[in-house]
Design a protein around this ligand. Structure first.
Ligand code: NDP
Length: 422
């Protein structure tokens, strides 16, 4: 193995270092359970802590089988390029100069899943089951994530030195297990991280939302306007992610982070079970929403989506083809690596315009639940904290990569996410 292909030891630890790697695998699953239990109490309040249910309500082997079946369905769709149409894209250049190939058929997989679901619903599939079994489903998702990340860590010990993730190579097994030791673990051509990023959890989130809507219909005869808005906004977000699936190949999760507990739990348990909290909340805490209120919220979501999509597409296109007519006229700064940084267009407005749009959408997803409870605002609060932390991580890495050029960029574009504020 040429020395230059070896990944240097990770020296800057993230997420609280070893202590974080010890505590977060316990705290994150407990947080999911806490939120789900609170959501089911009559006043949906976060304090005092909700009572712990008996074990029989937390663990049901059939939910584990259901989730494994769901994963197998999504895995089959991912791995059937001839039956599930889509293209193939190349990832970023790796340390050894190679580029991996990825199937781009997530949107088709979503449509086929929708088709299968429609037939199953027509045949009487009781989708409300998901609402009634959220706790054991979440526990099973946690068990699957933990098992997967343990297997991934064991697999990473046999991986070649060039395949190790730059962020998960401390030599401390606990930390590397948490952050992910191998960058792109694969079984044959099946890329485990890429698959988990956008398929079972993200499509599962849409399914859970739909189950909440069906439960509302079961309880009250028709879906509320608030429930329809939450379902529509979040469906748009997932459709967008799968339609623009290729864009994930340039994100930090794919390029920098290994596949360990953090991403496995995040993708398979955290996203589907906490991102669906608003719809879950509305089942037992219905809200009246006026047409004017709904229009204002929809406008906020549309504006957030517009900023998010345009900013992400602009950077993605610029990174893939800087000479493309849509981006070739933008002002840029040269860096010593040969790559350039955009300083006009969306990336000249703030340094993370995509985060700004994403946050506006997050707020629009919570507002249909009214202002009386904090719980449906968990997502927007958590997401703001996540993006501030992510932005700091990204800026550290960009400063390391681009040095003076990054400092010049920060001088030219002084605000990080919100103009004149942050
Ligand atoms: P970004 O898409 O923001 O990419 C950051 C990278 O972009 C930098 O590392 C740098 O990489 C490049 N870059 C930064 N500034 C410039 C510039 N001025 N010109 C050109 N390139 C630049 O990273 P994320 O992965 O954090 O976010 C992707 C999307 O995913 C965002 O919309 C975010 O909101 C969303 N997201 C959603 C989450 C959710 O749970 N809903 C969780 C996390 C993210 P380089 O120079 O090497 O190309």
């Amino acid at each position: 193995m040429p020395e230059k292909h070896k990944v240097p030891r990770t020296t800057e630890l993230e997420f609280g270092g070893t202590l974080g790697a010890l505590c977060l695998p316990v705290l994150l699953p407990l947080t999911v359970l806490y939120l789900l239990l609170s959501c089911r109490t009559p006043d949906a309040s976060l304090l005092p802590p909700p009572p712990l249910p008996p074990l029989a309500q937390l663990w049901l082997p059939e939910t584990l089988l259901l989730l494994l079946g769901w994963g197998a369905l999504q895995g089959g769709l991912y791995h059937s390029p001839s039956a599930v149409p889509g293209g193939v894209a190349e990832g970023m250049v790796l340390r050894d100069g190679s580029r991996l190939k990825y199937p781009i058929n997530g949107f088709s997989a979503l449509l086929i899943t929708g088709g299968i679901l429609s037939v199953a619903l027509h045949c009487g599939l009781p989708l409300g089951y998901i609402h009634d079994h959220m706790l054991p489903l979440a526990v099973s998702a946690g068990i699957i994530s933990l098992t997967l990340s343990l297997l991934l860590y064991l697999k990473s010990l046999c991986a070649p030195a060039s395949a190790i993730a730059p962020g998960g190579n401390t030599g401390n097994p606990l930390y590397d297990f948490f952050m992910g030791h191998e960058l792109n673990p694969r079984i044959g051509s099946f890329d485990l991280k890429y698959f988990c990023e956008l398929r079972p959890g993200l499509i599962g989130w849409v399914l859970i939302n739909l189950a909440m809507l069906m439960k509302e219909v079961e309880l009250r005869g028709s879906p509320s306007l608030a429930m329809i808005l939450v379902n529509a906004f979040q469906l748009l977000y997932v459709v967008d992610a799968l339609w623009n699936e290729e864009a994930v190949l340039t994100t930090m999760d794919i390029v920098q982070d290994g596949f360990g507990f953090m991403l496995a739990f995040g993708d398979l348990a955290w996203v589907p079970f906490t991102y669906s909290l608003q719809a879950h909340f509305l089942v037992t805490h219905p809200r009246e929403l006026s047409a004017l209120g709904a229009t204002a919220i929809a406008a906020l979501n549309a504006l957030g989506y517009f900023i998010f999509r345009r900013a992400n597409s602009e950077k993605n296109l610029f990174r893939r083809d800087p000479s493309a007519p849509r981006v070739s006229g933008l002002e840029t700064i040269a860096t010593a690596t040969g790559k350039r940084l955009l300083v006009s267009g969306w990336w000249g407005f703030v340094r993370h315009p995509n985060y700004l749009g994403d946050l506006m959408m997050a707020l629009a997803w919570s507002l249909p639940c009214g202002l009386s409870h904090l719980l449906p605002y968990f997502y927007v609060l958590y997401f703001a904290a996540l993006l501030v932390h992510r932005e700091a991580r990204d800026e550290r890495q960009c400063l390391r990569k681009y040095g003076l050029a990054w400092e010049r960029y920060c001088e030219r574009v002084p605000y990080r996410i919100i103009p004149y504020l942050y």
